[in-house]
Design a protein around this ligand. Structure first.
Ligand code: GUN
Ligand code: FE
Length: 415
């Protein structure tokens, strides 16, 4: 069935390029984009139009790194560096997810929060618990969030959340057998090198190859962590090689942070199709550092954005987008590197993430619609009429959930 959305269309098909179509049209066939038009072609004149008036019809967000079981600890433990924060708060919080009723409650609320914040694609870490992980996948799918979720593997240095090695492998296999969701797929998730034995990394590498599964983990986030990895794997020249050694460094691999990734580590990402997930708010909160985002982009590394809740304190990706702009300005003050412009950061939080999941550039023909409708009429009254790029910038900085009037995910209206 052909349907048409009308409104002020805003999308970013290319890094740094913002395209706007005032009172334009998106033509959809069963939710799949056929084209964008400034004037509606004659052939569609009789099709039903959903008219969003003067509102902004924008791409929805993609959050390529978040920890679902850390949702209850948002805004807590923010005065600790990474390794102390993990031990004092994180492992304990995640241990609670052995309780499936608790998991259901928290994950239902999280999925709702994601959709109402305009995030329609995610790559999420669960906890080590198979059943709670399946509940998370179910709740995301029910709410209309698409993407991938991983049962976390962690068999050393993991406090209350630690697993036995063989149980971790067996539970991963059991989890994979039960992953039958249409829009939420499995991703193998060794937490990070310090929390996984070599035997576990090896088994996960074998599963990745056997089932053709993607991988997500953490890389070079914190100086102490990088030193620790060097001690644990003296045979590896750099952190990334600990993943490569076990078959976990390959196209489709997501690596969160990459704050301390130097030229060689960045080259290894670019050459192997590994995507760096920049988590600016988390890097600031945990005093990890400022990631070399501009360098990675210039070297051709794929970069996307993540909220990294609850190292990051905000789930909403429009806030993660502005956090990454601020972080890039700190980097600019430190090194002179060009900061991220608003359209660039929006591209990282939308198109870059959607592309990871196989989408085209911006609102591309052939893609199921992932969009939000933003009503900016409640923002402070401007002194003059604003252009669409100005309204876009203001919306990114000032919007909250209350401004999101509708959400489309995978071609369906989900809010
Ligand atoms: N490294 C290993 N686990 C975590 C986590 O939960 N959050 C962050 N930010 N880094 C990690
Ligand atoms: Fe993380």
């Amino acid at each position: 069935m052909t349907t048409i959305l009308q409104g002020n269309i805003i999308h970013t098909p290319e890094l740094g390029k913002l395209e706007t179509i005032p009172r334009g049209y998106i033509v959809l066939e069963d939710g799949v984009i056929q084209g964008l038009f400034a004037r509606l072609p004659e052939q569609y004149a009789t099709c039903p139009v959903e008219d969003w008036g003067d509102r902004l019809v924008m791409q929805s967000f993609a959050d390529l790194h978040l920890h679902a079981p850390q949702y209850p600890m948002l805004g807590m433990g923010m005065d600790l560096p990474l390794l102390d924060w993990l031990n004092a708060y994180t492992f304990r919080t995640e241990a609670r997810f052995s309780d499936t009723d608790y998991a259901r409650r928290v994950y239902r609320a999280l999925a709702e929060d994601l959709i109402s914040s305009g995030t329609t694609r995610v790559s999420a870490f669960s906890s080590r618990h198979t059943d709670a992980t399946l509940i998370l996948m179910e709740e995301l799918e029910r709410a209309g969030v698409t993407g991938q979720v991983g049962k976390v593997n962690m068999d050393r240095n993991s406090g209350q959340s630690q697993e036995e090695t063989e149980a971790s492998i067996a539970e991963t296999v059991r989890w994979l057998e039960h992953c039958r969701f249409d829009r939420v797929k499995p991703v193998l998730t060794p937490r990070f090198t310090p929390s996984c034995s070599n035997r576990l990394l090896e088994a996960l590498g074998e599963l990745a190859a056997e089932h053709g599964l993607p991988v997500q983990s953490h890389l070079s986030e914190n100086a102490g962590e990088v030193d620790w990895v060097r001690q644990l794997h003296p045979d590896c020249g750099q952190y990334w090689e600990t993943y490569q050694k076990y078959g976990l460094w390959k196209p489709g691999t997501l690596m969160a942070h990459c704050v301390f990734s130097d030229e060689r580590e960045q080259a290894a990402m670019g050459e192997n199709g590994v995507t760096a997930v920049h988590c600016a708010a988390s890097n600031m909160n945990l005093c990890s550092g400022t990631a070399p985002v501009r360098e990675m982009l210039e070297r051709g590394v794929s970069v996307a954005l993540g909220s990294d809740i609850a190292g990051g304190d905000q789930l909403a990706m429009y806030q993660v987008v502005t956090a990454s702009i601020r972080a890039s300005k700190v980097k600019r003050m430190e090194t002179g590197a060009a900061f991220l412009t608003v359209p660039e950061a929006y591209w990282l939080g939308t198109t870059a993430g959607h592309r990871y999941f196989g989408a085209g550039d911006g609102f591309a023909a052939g893609d199921p619609l992932h969009a939000i409708v933003v009503d900016d009429s409640g923002l402070p009254e401007p002194v003059r009429e604003l252009s669409l790029p100005e309204r876009f910038e203001r919306a990114i900085y000032l919007m909250d959930k209350g401004h999101i009037a509708a959400v489309y995910s995978d071609g369906r209206r989900v809010r």
